[in-house]
Write a protein that binds this ligand. Sequence first.
Ligand SMILES: Nc1ncnc2c1ncn2[C@@H]1O[C@H](COP(=O)(O)OP(=O)(O)OP(=O)(O)O)[C@@H](O)[C@H]1O
Ligand SMILES: [Mg+2]
Length: 591
Amino acid sequence: MRVIKNNLYILRMVYAADKRRIIFMIFLSLISTSKNIINVLLIKLILDCIIRYQSFSLLALFVLAERIISTILSYCECLLQWEKCPVCDSIIKEYMLKRIYTKSLKIQVSALDYPEFYDKFTRAIDEAERRAPAIIATIENFMTSVLTIFSISTIIILLDWKLIFLSLISAIISVLINIFTIKLDYKKSNALTRPKRKIEYVRRLFYLPQYIEEMKTNNYNKLLFTKIENGAEEYNTQIKRYQPEIAFFDIIRSWQTFVINFGIASVLVGEKIVRGVIDAASFTSLIYASATLSGSLSDLFSVIPQMAEHSLFVNNLREILEYKSSMESTEDLKIVQKEKNHSILLDNVSFRYNSSADNILKNISLRIDKGEKIALVGENGAGKSTLIKLILRLYDPQSGSMYLDEENYKDLDVSSLRQEIAVVYQDFQAFAFSIGENVLTKELGGREDEDKVWEALKKSGLSTKIENLPDKLNTPLTDEFEENGISFSGGENQKLAIARAMCKDAGVIIMDEPSSSLDPLSEYDMYLQMLNMCRDKTLILISHRLYSTKMVDKIYYMESGSILECGSHEELMKQNGKYARMYHIQAEQYG
Ligand SMILES: Nc1ncnc2c1ncn2[C@@H]1O[C@H](COP(=O)(O)OP(=O)(O)OP(=O)(O)O)[C@@H](O)[C@H]1O
Ligand SMILES: [Mg+2]
């Protein structure tokens, strides 16, 4: 039942993506059936013309008619198979990938921290490309088999009904062998996922710009090649483990077809020729028909294990597509409304990553009022960026509660929540799109969008550089696709990230070390601009440069996942604790 449901699930997706593919499937199956029937009949007709009627002109006529019909059928088949269907398949693939990508944005990041889930996820993406055409092929096969069996059986019954049983036996043996090989294939494919992913990871490192320079300067080559070799070795081990058995079953299958369909069938029907019951034309055509019938019967029987195979893969795909993240419960979630600013409250929040042994955040309680500007400071690894991930609801805390404008995070719609928070990340990633698209995060629609982007670029201090580029906002970032693409320096990239945050016009702005790559002048300008822009907004700033934190209302000093000190710059200096010590050390360094 599950098998049928899963196959229909994909067929429904195909129908939703492109209805034409279903019609083409029916046509292709009709064409294949017609070809099978013509082949069986033609042998008999040709031999009859030669042996019984001894007429060359009749032979020529049949051959000509067959050629014309076959050419038309082949033309239609080619047109569908090589032109129409690939276009549809590509539309279907895109439709399915879009659904998986949309889903992937909804899956909480923590799920991807589990390697098993990550494996399933990559398999789902691989399957989205291949499974739909494979299921269509199976159904097409099924229809062709049923039609062929029906028509060929009629011919056989008229000549020698015993051959039907022979074909049936041969088909059943084929199917049993198929069941074994399909199970083995599935096991093999699962075992290959992890080594393939490892090899793919290293391959990716060679073309991702952010890694190439690291690799060149730090001489990672040897290590990377070892990783590839290890991955390939793991891959080969799995192939060696499964392939010999698969090959063995293949040999058995072809051997039994030959023995039963040609050997035993010839003996049975040959006896009739000796008795003069049938002639040579009928004999040949009967043997051919019997082989075709057993092929079609085995195709028909193999449709079931094939569908079962599809179903196993579709299970995986469905698991991902129907995965309900804890962040998208179906209850009525409140949409976060666009507002000038928001308040955020963390009540006794503790959190750890799946892979971390201890809590990374320990009983954090803090309140950020509407329009308040706060700073998180502390040593590397204190948990500052982790706290931001929780505020963005990329992760849920294991205990404690979080609130936005007094509403519990669990009652809020995640995407509208994230829409109201603009972040400049510590490790900002620019996309290989145009500058305008990077800032606006969508295609620029017209004058209004352009003005908005220029305004943001001006605020982040990047507008002068871009005004001097020939293609201005349309300049592609990175030369991955276009030769006129440009690469930004670390600081310029950071300014781009700031521009993107400014363009979002969100009520909460988070800056995770926005100035780490900026030169002192740009840094000073940026902080002034930022505070100016964020006048009404809620601001969370993470910074290691403590002079910038002087500008905010309240500072939280974190250490090992806890808040140790909190207050304004003056208050903390008076307290003369860890913050004051850190500030003094920095002040001394700057002299
Ligand atoms: N995805 C992850 N899985 C497991 N542990 C993580 C993950 N991300 C961060 N950590 C760990 O959590 C701790 C806190 O990291 P976090 O990035 O929050 O520190 P931070 O205060 O932002 O430090 P920095 O000042 O260096 O940016 C670190 O010990 C880090 O190793
Ligand atoms: Mg950090």
